[in-house]
Design a protein around this ligand. Structure first.
Ligand code: AHN
Ligand code: ZN
Length: 335
């Protein structure tokens, strides 16, 4: 991983860390997803969860389901089918769904047929919180230790699917046991078709979203981004831009985690600055925090699987998904 150290206080002088992932799977096995989509979590998972509690097995299942489509690389069939499945899942959880279609030009000139999937829970509530995660996966495992694998797409089990899986499970729980606040969910596309050294090449989907808001005067009170929230032994620090943008929200989230006994995951200390989707929101005036794996005391940075072919289901930990999902759901219920 690579960390670009922040030298200036402005967002323009950004810095960050890097990414990892894995193998491809046949898309054809996934053609029956529409029929399956009515069943969400397997029955034993549903029964094991008390009403209103985050169920990490269910979140894991959502992560696995995404990975089974194959790498969700823009302009592929796996990507197209995953978008349909995600919109379907949000609808099933009672959200009012809008899909934004955008043609976005990547740094290498490729035109990406991108889709931002936006769902609103309690669409008439005035006070709103936005939860987001990117759902695309990186086209190249450029950090893979094996040079021959660096042209392969990544599974993005952690980098992409984990955040989406946690948010889908939160949506499911909010349907079982609703809150009165407005909760918006945004699965953004085209985050990960970027290149090192070009900050503007990342987070294209979120940039499009803020430039083309799906609603007039859309201004959630705060946005919470989940990125790489499923890695085994992950730690989460208070990311630099988040801390400048919404310190009180970060404080509450980290405090909530501590009270729930997840202090070994949520380290209450300042992390590095990461160029991620939340930066586009902050630039557009939406306060935002990023919950992203970061290891402050070693060279690992994000996670050794990041942007390698090893970012697959083997790196996903139910315990980590539980720490993040339980913390976030408890935080949302406390508002
Ligand atoms: C960069 O590496 C530029 N940003 C980290 C954001 C990221 C990439 N999250 C997942 N993949
Ligand atoms: Zn990535």
């Amino acid at each position: 991983m690579k960390t670009y150290t922040l030298l200036a206080l402005s967002l323009v002088a950004a810095c960050f860390i890097a990414c990892g992932s894995n193998s491809s799977k046949a898309v054809s096995e996934n053609m029956n997803f529409l029929a399956e989509s009515e069943s969400v979590a397997p029955p034993d998972v549903m029964e094991s969860s008390p009403l209103g509690d985050f169920d990490a097995d269910s979140a894991y299942y959502y992560v696995e389901k995404q990975v089974e489509f194959g790498p969700r690389v823009p302009n592929t069939e796996a990507h197209r089918l995953t978008a349909l499945w995600l919109a379907e899942q949000l609808k099933r959880h009672g959200a009012k769904v809008t899909v934004q279609n955008a043609r976005l030009e990547a740094f290498d000139g490729t035109i990406l047929n991108a889709k931002n999937i936006f769902g609103q829970i309690n669409p008439d509530a005035k006070e709103r919180i936005l939860l987001l995660a990117h759902w695309d996966s990186r086209p190249w495992a450029d950090k893979d230790p094996d040079p021959e694998k660096r042209i392969l797409p990544v599974d993005g089990a952690n980098d992409g699917a984990s955040g989406v899986g946690v948010i889908l499970e939160i949506a499911r729980q909010l349907k079982l046991n609703p809150v009165s606040k407005g909760i918006d969910i945004l699965f953004v596309d085209a985050e990960d078709w970027g290149t090192d050294g070009d900050d503007e090449s990342w987070a294209l989907g979120t940039k499009y979203f803020v430039e083309n808001p799906p609603l007039k005067n859309y201004s959630p009170q705060v946005a919470i981004l989940l990125d790489m929230v499923g890695g085994e032994n992950a730690t989460f620090c208070r990311e630099y831009f988040s801390e400048r943008s919404a310190p009180r929200v970060a404080e509450s989230v980290w405090q909530t985690a501590g009270k729930l006994g997840y202090g070994k995951y949520f380290l209450n200390r300042l992390g590095t600055a990461v160029m991620d989707d939340h930066v586009q929101l902050i630039k557009a005036g939406i306060p935002a925090i990023d919950i992203i794996e970061y290891h402050p005391d070693d060279d690992l940075g994000f996670n050794s699987r990041w942007h390698t072919t090893a970012d697959n289901m083997e790196g996903i930990s139910t315990e980590t998904l539980n720490a993040v999902g339980s913390t976030l759901l408890t935080y949302l219920r406390s508002l």
